[in-house]
Design a protein around this ligand. Structure first.
Ligand code: UD1
Length: 424
């Protein structure tokens, strides 16, 4: 099992290009199941989640050709329809194969993904949306099963939870509705850039969709969709992680290959904290020379502050001058990083879905445990500013969503190395 060892004190500086977006590519990959021809994807990040979804697709009879710079997925109209627990439980996004399977093959048996470290994470909206299209889903032995055996039908539906819209439920229902008979109107659809990208991909495949980037999506079903070629957009969360790193180390980093508007909530927060921010057409520069100042952040669906950058910005707050308040509105229990940041000397008090962060002048290096993808990235950022050395264990969480974060940070001047621990 790998661990990362970070030596604190280096300033991050330089330029890099964002890798392809993890959250965009996963539902895009699942969309190969509704295409008659091959889906040729470029700029696919090399991540454990991508490999896992490739394995699930292979089990569904999809031909998967993962070359040096492209991923080709080709799904026949017929084939296996079961996605089992062993793989689905390791990655929630894999539930996204459910809707496409029912829409094209008329049947599906997909394991319920289960919870994760930051909460129960229900799939009721996925079920509600697909049932509105006639999927007649039932739960049997921990699996979601559907055997409609005929074309889904369009319907008006509302996809809202107590915490707002749902990204993957929107992706799921949107993709299935493209092959349904008649018109589907999704109210309270997620507006995340990854949904906009999925919509554009589906349109390139021949789907008829109106309203990308709005709360209402109107889909007029077609009988078949074709394959296409697609270059995956840059990962705004990976980019945001490096930009927070630049601000908190007093560094100067430019990330290319992103849409600056997709990062507005983060960039505005970094400005409030005293960092300099410059946007270009497809790049963002963040630089800082003084100690950051406190700020308040509330996570919200896009275009609000993304929950996937909450742990990273909280890490920056641990050393900022003053008291910051973080309110988590998407996943109220997403605070596993707090206990580990406390081990590094941070001063944080958690109350329900809020955390009060009192900035301290210095963190001190220690051994910490990665608990989930973004929390782990935050611990790496903490290591960059902690005095001495910080060892981050269970790095496989980071490798799920960041392509070689150690090499990427080292290219910006971080002192970081990866060690492979012999398994005991
Ligand atoms: C996606 C992202 C994840 C990000 C999250 C929120 C991917 C692969 N993952 O996850 O990185 O943190 O969006 O931006 O794109 N909910 C329900 N019922 C449902 C579905 C969701 O109540 O059926 C709730 C969730 O518990 C949560 C809220 O809705 O409180 C938003 O979650 P959702 O947008 O669905 O997250 P994911 O799409 O799973």
């Amino acid at each position: 099992m790998d661990r990362l060892i970070v030596q604190g004190g280096a300033r991050l500086s330089g330029r890099l290009r964002a890798r392809g977006s993890k959250n965009a590519v996963l539902p895009i990959m699942a969309a190969c199941l509704v295409a008659d021809g091959p889906l040729v994807l470029r700029n696919v990040p090399r991540l454990r989640d991508v490999t896992t979804l490739c394995r699930i697709l292979e089990e569904l009879g999809v031909s998967v050709d993962h070359g040096e710079d492209r991923l080709v997925l080709h799904a026949a109209a017929d084939g296996p329809v079961e996605a089992g627990y062993d793989l689905v439980s390791t990655m929630r996004a894999s539930v996204c194969v459910l809707g496409p399977l029912i829409a094209r093959r008329g049947r599906a048996r997909v394991s319920l993904p289960g919870g994760c470290v930051f909460g129960v994470r229900p799939v009721d909206l996925h079920v509600k949306g697909l049932n509105a299209l006639g999927a007649e889903l039932r739960i049997e032995g921990g699996y979601l099963e559907s055997e409609v055996g005929k074309r889904l039908h369009g319907a008006p539906l509302f996809l809202g939870s107590a915490h707002g819209s749902s990204v993957l439920a929107t992706a799921q229902v949107l993709t299935a509705a493209c092959l349904a008979e008649g018109r589907t109107v999704i109210e309270n659809a997620a507006m995340e850039p990854e949904i906009v990208e999925l919509t554009r991909l589906l349109v390139a495949m021949g789907a008829r969709i109106e309203g990308a980037g709005n709360h209402r999506l109107t889909i007029d079903g077609v009988e078949r969709l074709n394959g296409t070629e697609w270059t995956v957009g840059g990962d705004r969360i990976e980019a945001g992680t490096f930009l927070v790193g630049a601000a908190m180390t007093g560094g100067d980093v430019t990330v290319e290959g992103v849409v600056p508007e997709d990062l507005s909530a983060l960039l505005e927060t970094l400005k409030v904290m005293g960092a300099g921010v410059e946007r270009d057409q497809d790049s963002v520069r963040v630089h800082a020379s003084d100690r950051l100042r406190a700020a308040d952040v509330t996570t919200l669906p896009h275009p609000g502050f993304p929950t996937d950058l909450q742990a990273q910005i909280m890490t920056a707050m641990t050393r900022a001058a003053g008291i910051s308040v973080v309110t988590e509105r998407i996943f109220p229990d997403r605070f596993m990083h707090v206990a580990e940041l406390l081990r590094l000397g941070a001063s944080i008090r958690k109350e329900g879905s809020q955390a009060l962060v009192v900035g301290t002048e210095q963190l001190s290096g220690a051994t910490v445990m990665a608990s989930d993808l973004r929390a782990s990235a935050a611990l790496v950022l903490a290591g960059l500013v902690a005095e001495g050395s910080t060892e981050i264990r269970r790095v496989y969480h980071i490798d799920r969503g960041y392509e070689r974060i150690d090499a990427r940070l080292a290219s910006l001047g971080a002192q970081i190395r990866r060690e492979t621990q012999p398994s005991s």
